[in-house]
Design a protein around this ligand. Structure first.
Ligand code: NAP
Length: 307
């Protein structure tokens, strides 16, 4: 049986902003492993710069759409990621974002400070409750299932999910029904995006999709910004084609300060903090390091992407 390497020489980027691409390309040269984040695009150019000795790319995230996994597969490079550990934190944040959006928390909070709060009024700052609503989930994997479990206590009429494969047992636990994408668009009062970003899901929420949605629909996206055509979303929100959106992820990130979405009242935007609780992030960083040590030793990694 192989054993883990006793000493590793590590080159680290010490700043909180992402490593500049030129620096990444320069510093990855000759390394055996790359510890990366979703802010680092690991494509053919980076892999070429690393050289043929590169054995492992490990990302401190569950999403790996920033890594060219097909290129890694061809080169025999193993890819590590951090599923499961961040599931609860991300599901929790999704609920927080959903509730902030449907009950207009940020919009209402602003009124306290800008003088907009004149008195209690029957219909002022009313939102749309989850109780009695139809909630559709695009994606019903680890995070989607935990989001559904957290929505159940709010007493929706129905939870539906859209995936390529049926998840009958997991769906039964939350009484969820599998529907195709079109039915989800047509019937849902809330749509929660919790799928992987792939060529199939890229901009699946486009102008045509928004046309099919109910005018009271609220879209929540804690997956990846790329799942949504953001220009189409802006139009849908501005013209009240849909009621509101809550986004933890955007394109690009960070969203430029002059982005038109920031001018709308019916959108809540967070800076990609889905998994950002302290213990979760610490464990994600440890798993990423252990993934690398295992790969270098030729051992089973704690969490390896099936290539
Ligand atoms: P997962 O367990 O792999 O679940 C992914 C889900 O996406 C599966 O249910 C999968 O179902 C579905 N899916 C993939 N392609 C689809 C398609 N074409 N149509 C419909 N459904 C499709 O992953 P997870 O751990 O739940 O994480 C989900 C995603 O959340 C990650 O990929 C990541 O991008 C994002 N995320 C974001 C944050 C944040 O900070 N905001 C934190 C963690 C994760 P089928 O394969 O059956 O189609």
């Amino acid at each position: 049986m192989s054993s883990q390497p006793k000493v590793c020489q590590v080159t680290t980027w010490h700043e909180t902003n992402p490593v500049p691409r030129s620096e990444l390309i320069r510093e990855v040269a000759g390394k055996d492993a790359l510890y990366c984040a979703l802010t680092d695009k690991v494509d053919k150019e980076v892999l070429d710069s690393a050289g043929p000795q590169l054995k492992c790319v490990a990302t401190i995230s569950v999403g790996y759409d920033h890594i060219d996994v097909e290129e890694c597969r061809k080169r025999g490079i193993r890819v590590g990621f951090t599923p499961d550990v961040l599931t609860d934190a991300t599901a929790e944040l999704t609920l927080a974002l959903l509730l902030a959006t449907n009950r207009r928390l940020f919009e209402a909070n602003k009124q306290v400070y800008n003088g907009g709060w004149k008195s209690w009024a029957p219909m002022w700052m009313c939102g749309q409750g989850l109780k009695g609503s139809r909630v559709g989930l695009l994606g019903f994997g680890r995070i989607g299932q935990e989001i559904a479990a957290r929505i159940v206590p709010f007493k929706p009429t129905e939870i539906t999910y859209t995936t390529r494969s049926l998840r009958t047992k997991e769906a039964a636990a939350v009484n969820a029904r599998h529907v195709d994408f079109d039915e989800m668009l047509r019937e849902s009062d809330f749509i929660v995006v919790c799928c992987a970003l792939t060529p199939e899901t890229k901009e699946i929420f486009n102008a045509a999709a928004f046309q099919k949605m109910k005018p009271n629909c609220i879209l929540i996206n804690t997956a990846r910004g790329g799942v949504v055509d953001q220009k189409a979303l802006y139009e849908a929100l501005k013209t009240k084609r849909i009621l509101a959106a809550g986004l933890d992820v955007t394109t690009p990130e960070p969203l430029p300060l002059d982005d038109p979405l920031l001018k709308l009242d019916n959108v809540v935007i967070l800076p990609h903090i889905g998994s950002a609780d302290i213990e979760t992030r610490k464990e994600m960083s440890r798993i990423t390091a252990r993934n690398i040590l295992a790969a270098l030793a030729g051992d089973k990694m704690e969490a390896e992407v099936k290539l």
